[in-house]
Design a protein around this ligand. Structure first.
Ligand code: ATP
Length: 280
């Protein structure tokens, strides 16, 4: 079955405030939305050629996908999302059609955004390892074709649409060095947005976000936790909180067996020990 049937998505209701830190990423994406509907006479004051394709790049688990989802939610743009690998898993010819249809649909319902997550799957170096190493035209059925034809179709679509059509095109990768340079040429994905690992304040904000929703013991100190997690991704921090939550729940299970109530029970949330243990 074609993945195209459910490609027009309601974005998961992620908001800017769900993302700890990353202020410059949020700002760049807000600008991208604004640019897509700005008046031409205004744009001409500032740009030779306004950017239309935006590439989020950076290490895994650091909120690239989340940022794209928040952008869609907050701006109210119609949201089309597809993963690079999904396009490769279609029959030959099908993925090219899917890409063309994606752009067509997005234009029809503009203002809208198209999000290619893990774009490296279809846009790896043409002569590097991995996808597209062959001629790209010799596949004869089945689903195991390289990404070259899909990439060519994508590049054609990028070249063919106007910056001011009300369509924002976004892609994400954690392997920017593996991308075919053709993808990054002017008029394509020429606006690069680095999504860094969370800095101290961002890590603190992520812990705070979790603390606001969970039951936390009084000794939990997000400042200290941020200090202990330098170099961790947002996903890893969420993982730490999940592990700590499990540990706290185990304790709760063990002690409610003893008929615990009231004040004592209040002390049973995730505590600093659980979190530090999970970090270690
Ligand atoms: P990948 O390159 O592996 O696809 P990604 O950069 O797209 O990763 P996301 O999928 O956006 O990362 O983030 C993974 C998970 O990590 C999110 O679902 C969220 O739980 C958590 N996360 C990452 N960064 C943050 C952040 N800044 N604030 C809150 N949660 C975050």
């Amino acid at each position: 079955p074609s993945a195209m049937h459910d490609i027009n998505l309601k974005p998961p209701p992620i908001r800017w405030s769900d993302i700890g830190g990353q202020d410059s990423v949020k700002k760049s994406l807000r600008r991208a939305v604004r640019l897509s509907t700005e008046k031409p006479e205004i744009l001409s004051h500032f740009f030779d050629r306004p950017p239309k394709g935006f590439l989020l790049y950076g290490p895994p688990g650091c909120s690239k996908t989340m940022a794209a989802q928040a952008m869609a939610t907050e701006s109210g743009l119609n949201f089309f999302a597809v993963k690079g690998a999904e396009l490769l898993n279609m029959y030959v010819g099908e993925s090219e059609r899917a890409v063309r249809r994606l752009f067509q649909r997005a234009r029809e319902v503009a203002p809208s955004m198209i999000f290619f997550d893990e774009i490296d799957a279809i846009a790896g170096q043409r002569h590097g390892f991995g996808h597209g190493g062959g001629t790209g035209t010799s596949s004869s059925g089945g689903t195991s074709h390289g990404g070259l034809n899909v990439l060519t179709t994508l590049l054609n679509e990028m070249d063919g649409f106007e910056a001011l059509s009300g369509v924002v095109v976004l892609a994400a990768t954690n392997r920017p060095q593996a991308l075919d340079p053709a993808l990054l040429r002017p008029g394509r994905f020429d606006d690069l947005i680095y999504v860094s690992p969370p800095d101290h304040d961002a890590r603190k904000a992520i812990f705070e976000g979790v603390a606001a929703k969970r039951k936390m013991a009084r000794d939990v100190d997000v400042e200290v936790l941020a200090g202990l997690t330098e170099g961790y991704s947002g996903a890893e921090i969420k993982g730490i909180c999940a592990a700590a939550g499990t540990a706290a729940y185990d304790r709760y299970m063990a002690r409610t067996g003893e008929g615990l109530e009231g004040e004592e029970e209040m002390e049973m949330g995730v505590n600093m020990d659980d979190l530090e243990h999970a970090i270690r």
